[in-house]
Design a protein around this ligand. Structure first.
Ligand SMILES: [Fe+2]
Ligand SMILES: [Fe+2]
Length: 350
C-alpha cells in the first residue's frame, strides 16, 4: 500500500506533541520527520518528498496558516492537516478555505489522528490519480484529433487530386491550364501563409486555387485561346466559369469554404468584377488573394496572343491596378514577396 511509504512531516513547537505524534505515526508504518517551527518545515518541504504535513497553527515566528500558504505555493499536492487547540477552530476553518485537507483539535485521540491522516492520504492519491487520468485522456483526445485531421487532410487531397485529374483529362483545355492552376494554388497558399490564416483556411485557399478554373470545362478551346479579341457574347460565356465551377463542385461537401472562394475569384476590389460585383471587404479575402495569384500567373505565362510580360512590367500592372482590381494590401504583400524582401515587409493582418 502506498501509505506505508508515504513521508510525513510533523510541525509543532511543543516537543512532547511532536514526539508523541511522530512515534505513533512511525508505529503505524509511516516514515516521519519533525520540525519545531515553520522555517525548518519549509526547508524540509522544499526537498520535495513529503506527502503530508501535520502542522500546529499557533507557533512562534511564523504560524501554521502562513506555513500552509507557503507549502501550497511550493507544492499544492502536499496534503496539509492543521492541528489546533479548541479555541482556534475559526483558524482551522480559515485554513480549510486556504486548502488544508483537514484539521484536528487538541487534545487529540490518536485513533482519530490516524483516521484523519489515512483519509487525507487517500484523498491526495485520488486527486493525483484523477489528474493523471485526465492528462492521459487529454493526450488521447489530442492524438485522436491529430489522426482525424490527418485522415481528413488525406481524404481532401485524394479528392482534389481526383477532381483535378478528371477535369484535366476531360481537357478543360491542356496541361498548360493544369500548370496554371497548380501555380496559382501554390502562390495563393504562400500569400495566405504570410497572413493570419489557420492551416485549414490556407488549405481551403490552396484547393480553391487548384480548382478555380474548372468551370472552363464548358468553354471551347478556341474561345479560351483568344484572350484579347473575344466578342461580347464570348466574353459573357467566359464569365460564367466561376458559377459553372460552383455548380460542378457543389455536391462535394468536403470542399467547404473553397467553393465560395472559387465563386468569387474574379470579383474586383472596386466592384467591377464578376459574378456578383462584390467590392472591397465583401469579397472573401481568400478570393482577393486568388485574384492576385491568378492575374500574376496569367501575366508572366506564355499567353497565346501576347506572350509573357517581363516580371518588372507585371509588378507594375499589379501596382497600377491595386485598389481597383486588386486588394491593395494583398497586392503590396505579394509584390514584396516577389521582390524577395519578405523579411523586411510586415506580415499583413486580416
Ligand atoms: Fe478564372
Ligand atoms: Fe485562372
Amino acid at each position: 500500500m502506498e501509505s506505508e511509504t508515504d513521508m510525513l512531516l510533523v510541525v509543532d513547537d511543543e516537543p512532547i506533541v511532536r514526539d508523541v505524534l511522530t512515534r505513533r505515526l512511525r508505529l503505524s508504518g509511516y516514515r516521519c520527520e519533525e520540525s519545531e517551527n515553520a522555517f525548518d518545515a519549509m526547508k524540509k518541504v522544499e526537498r520535495g518528498d513529503f506527502s503530508l504535513v501535520l502542522s500546529d497553527i499557533k507557533m512562534p515566528g511564523k504560524d501554521g496558516i502562513s506555513l500552509l500558504e507557503e507549502i501550497r505555493s511550493v507544492d499544492a499536492d502536499i496534503a496539509v492537516i492543521m492541528v489546533t487547540a479548541m479555541p482556534d477552530v475559526d483558524f482551522a476553518i480559515r485554513a480549510m478555505r486556504l486548502g488544508a485537507y483537514d484539521y484536528i483539535t487538541k487534545p487529540f485521540n490518536f485513533e482519530e489522528v490516524l483516521i484523519c491522516v489515512e483519509r487525507a492520504l487517500e484523498k491526495r492519491t485520488l486527486i493525483l490519480e484523477n489528474r493523471e487520468y485526465r492528462a492521459k485522456l487529454e493526450e488521447k483526445v489530442i492524438e485522436r484529433t491529430r489522426e482525424l485531421l490527418e485522415k481528413t487532410r488525406q481524404k481532401r487531397k485524394l479528392l482534389v487530386n481526383a477532381i483535378t485529374s478528371l477535369a484535366y483529362s476531360l481537357a478543360v483545355s491542356d496541361a498548360e491550364t493544369e500548370g496554371h492552376s497548380r501555380r496559382v494554388a501554390a502562390s495563393a497558399a504562400a500569400i495566405a501563409g504570410r497572413m493570419s490564416f489557420s492551416a485549414r483556411e490556407i488549405a481551403d485557399i490552396e484547393v480553391a486555387g487548384l480548382l478555380h478554373d474548372i468551370g472552363k470545362i464548358g468553354i471551347s478551346k478556341e474561345i479560351l485561346k483568344k484572350e484579347l479579341s473575344l466578342t461580347a457574347s464570348e466574353y459573357e460565356d467566359v464569365k460564367k466559369h466561376p458559377l459553372t465551377a460552383e455548380r460542378i463542385l457543389q455536391p462535394i461537401e468536403e470542399l467547404g469554404d473553397s467553393l465560395k472562394l472559387i465563386r468569387h475569384h474574379h470579383e474586383h476590389y472596386d466592384g467591377s468584377g464578376y459574378p456578383d460585383g462584390l467590392r472591397g471587404e465583401e469579397i472573401p479575402l481568400g478570393s482577393r488573394i486568388l485574384l492576385v495569384a491568378d492575374a500574376w500567373d496569367a501575366m508572366i505565362s506564355d499567353r497565346p496572343e501576347s506572350g509573357p510580360l517581363p516580371v518588372e512590367a507585371a509588378i507594375k500592372e499589379l501596382e497600377i491596378n491595386s485598389g481597383t482590381q486588386f486588394d491593395p494590401d494583398v497586392a503590396r504583400l505579394y509584390i514584396s514577396m516577389i521582390k524577395g524582401d519578405n523579411k523586411d515587409s510586415p506580415d499583413v493582418k486580416r
